[in-house]
Design a binder for this molecule. Structure first.
Ligand SMILES: Cc1cc2nc3c(=O)[nH]c(=O)nc-3n(C[C@H](O)[C@H](O)[C@H](O)COP(=O)(O)OP(=O)(O)OC[C@H]3O[C@@H](n4cnc5c(N)ncnc54)[C@H](O)[C@@H]3O)c2cc1C
Length: 376
């Protein structure tokens, strides 16, 4: 069985590792990605706030040598889901099974004025450039603002506001600065009310302004004003934005989307096309667009494919994810949330925030890199 995996991000790396571990050379897996390496989403915040260098958070795919898996660095130009065939700039590839794990593309140009008057921090380039912008910042009114839904890692804008507080404090700039967070959610993390309460308490303690249930529609780079969907205007000296998210054009053009994303069976991750799966940010599973959920979905697809080769039962996807939540000041908490298909999501902050969990988070990343890339 030849498995074609499109995208070597959180989901694609987890899927191919599971298949390789279980099937070894028996697996015939082709993993295609256009980039030279992987960067964790949370590492973008580390670079942005000067806690890591771009080089230290970059994990090159050339190290990713696993039995039964061939990595191809190529851009996917078209997808034929009926034939499970793709065209790339390195030629065509075909599989018995096709797994689409191409993530969400980011479109900063879609928000008027964002490129001219603000700094987005969700792309790698944007987050790394934000590090330079922040290094030159001498204090003032800062807005961390989300420009559309859905957006990756719903707690990340709150984490950015808290880390910004530390950053400005360490530089003696906090007293002369205001921090405001504009979030299109009623609370920082609605499925886990206790986590939301803890984040709101941290905002209050640090004097961070929280503007829920709203988002930034437009930036006026001449007057330094952010216009919100609700009609309000906010003045800023530095605007840090979460840009519009879109399904990659190649997936849209393949006719796989409904309402902007790829619909799947939430238990099996199967699309409406035979032997074509979609997982992670590209799919509308009903879970947040977050790496830990992409990885959980990848395990379910891998188990189904392993069961096909070896026999046995595979488990349905249950929508559970355990994630870390940064509070700044070396404090991290663990949140356990479940998005059961068709039901209300629920969750709680299970440990922390503490420095011990901050160490756990580093170990989590190191363990993933060891597993996916076979090196420290
Ligand atoms: C600031 C920030 C903080 C975050 N923090 C966390 C966190 O703490 N925990 C967490 O779990 N998640 C976090 N996330 C979210 C996480 O990064 C994503 O949800 C996760 O990476 C999604 O995995 P994926 O496999 O679906 O897609 P991705 O990891 O985005 O992978 C998609 C891959 O497809 C490739 N690709 C796309 N188009 C093409 C093409 N045409 N041809 C070839 N290759 C292509 C891309 O190069 C990419 O490697 C954060 C994100 C951000 C931006």
């Amino acid at each position: 069985m030849r498995v074609l995996v499109l995208g070597a991000g959180f989901g694609g790396l987890e899927l191919t590792t599971e298949l390789s571990d279980a099937l070894g050379e028996e697996a015939e897996v082709i993993l295609i990605d256009k980039t030279e390496g992987f960067v964790f989403g949370f590492s973008k915040l580390d670079v942005m706030f000067g806690r890591a260098t771009p080089e230290s958070v970059f994990h090159p795919y050339r190290d990713c040598i696993k039995p039964g898996v061939e990595f191809v660095q190529a851009t996917i130009l078209s997808i034929d889901p009926m034939r499970r065939r793709v065209q790339t700039d390195a030629g065509p590839y075909e599989g018995d099974v096709l797994v689409v794990a191409l993530g969400a593309d980011l479109d900063p140009a879609a928000t008027p004025g964002l490129l001219e008057g603000g700094q987005e921090f969700y792309t790698e380039a944007g987050a790394f450039a934000a590090a330079d912008v922040l290094a030159d910042f001498s204090g003032g009114r800062v807005i961390v603002g989300v420009t559309s839904t859905p957006f990756k890692c719903p707690p990340a804008p709150s984490e950015a506001a808290l880390l910004l507080h530390d950053f400005l404090t360490e530089r003696g700039l906090r007293e002369g600065s205001d921090i405001s967070l504009v979030l299109p959610l009623p609370s920082p993390f609605p499925p886990a009310p206790d986590a939301s309460r803890a984040v709101l308490a941290a905002f209050k303690e640090r004097g961070i302004g929280f503007y829920p249930n709203d988002m930034v529609r437009e930036i006026d780079p001449v007057r330094n004003i952010a216009r919100l969907a609700g009609g309000d205007e906010m003045e800023y000296d530095l605007f840090l934005g979460v840009p519009v998210h879109r399904v990659p054009a190649v997936v849209e053009e393949a006719g796989m989307c409904v309402d902007g994303w790829v619909p799947v069976d939430p238990y099996t991750l199967q699309t409406r096309f035979t032997d074509v799966f979609a997982l992670g940010d590209v799919a509308s599973v009903g879970t947040p667009k977050t790496g830990v959920f992409a990885a959980g979905q990848a395990v379910v697809v891998a188990q189904a494919l392993i069961a096909r080769c070896r026999g046995g039962q595979s488990q349905p996807y249950g929508g559970r994810g355990i994630c870390h939540l940064e509070f700044g000041n070396q404090q991290v908490a663990t949140i356990d949330v479940t998005f059961p298909p068709g039901k209300t999501p629920h969750g709680a902050m299970v440990v922390g925030p503490s420095a011990a969990i901050a160490a756990d988070k580093s170990e989590f990343a190191a363990t993933k890199i060891r597993r996916w890339f076979g090196r420290d």
